[in-house]
Design a protein around this ligand. Structure first.
Ligand code: ZN
Length: 265
């Protein structure tokens, strides 16, 4: 695929600002467990400014996917993201996976999420990432119908592609480039070990370098509550610096990359 200004490949840094909504959706007893929820509260409360500071120092743009309820409950954090010049896009209203919803519920989540971003921050979301990337067979058609022009959920490619019969451009993701796959931990997952920065960093750098060699799009998926832990900020900085210092890589927001991939109207 051809990239702007002769770039060899493209890079998109994305942050899913789940806050405690991800825990409320994952665990039915979460509403009664402030300890569990507090892991997510750390995201908007502490991690967002720390993450924004790293991005600012290297001048790298990013896209933050925000559930509507997070925009309503933590407006200050979303305002900080917008004031720093980054893109805010749709990440559900709650953090429930579309794959587990009825047709009616899925559309309601989509509409309420759009309305919440508009009402709280005047944002018209152009793109959508499903909670947990867990789309339903109806998701693309719903996005098309509600005017969203890109999605970032599927793993079928390493370059953007358009969903047939729609305006929706897919920006492909993968678990290897997701911080949750390496660092997710909760009271409910004691069988897992928390990875070291060296393990996750080696996996991310290998995948990013491979995508760069192949001329693809590298979509990193981070979560402020995970990558924004004090001991991981240096790892985030390593990834951001690698992107910023590679002149052959076009670094842009998800919306900008989708517009480029769609081509002239
Ligand atoms: Zn999420």
């Amino acid at each position: 695929m051809e990239w702007p200004s002769g770039a060899r490949s493209a890079s998109c840094l994305t942050f899913d600002l789940d806050a405690d909504e991800v825990w409320l959706a994952e665990e039915s007893s979460a509403a009664r467990r402030p300890g569990l929820l507090s892991q997510g509260v750390y995201g908007p409360r502490v991690a967002v400014p720390l993450v924004l500071d790293v991005l600012r120092r290297y001048g790298v743009p990013a896209t933050f996917f925000v559930p509507g309820r997070v925009a309503e409950r933590y407006p200050h954090a979303v305002r900080q993201v917008l004031d720093a010049g980054h893109e805010v896009a749709h990440h559900g209203y709650t953090h429930r996976s579309p794959a587990g919803l009825t047709v009616h519920e899925e559309e309601e989540e989509l509409v309420r999420g759009l309305e919440a971003l508009r009402a709280t921050h005047g944002v018209t979301a152009r793109g959508y990432r499903a909670p947990s990337w867990d789309v339903s067979p109806r998701t693309v058609e719903l996005l098309h119908r509600h005017g969203l022009v890109y999605a970032s959920n599927l793993m079928a490619d390493i370059v953007p592609y358009r969903h047939p019969g729609t305006e929706v451009v897919e920006l492909p993701v993968h678990w290897t480039l997701d911080d949750a796959a390496h660092f997710w931990f909760a009271q409910t997952s004691w069988s897992r070990k928390i990875a070291t920065n060296e393990e996750a960093g080696a996996i991310w750098q290998a995948e990013a370098a491979g995508i760069d060699r192949l001329g693809g799009l590298c979509v990193h998926t981070f979560h402020p509550q995970i990558i924004g832990r004090p001991g991981r900020l240096e790892l985030l900085e390593l990834i951001v610096r690698t992107v910023a210092e590679n002149d052959a890589v076009w670094s842009a927001t998800a919306g900008e990359i989708a517009d480029w991939a769609r081509g002239p109207e």
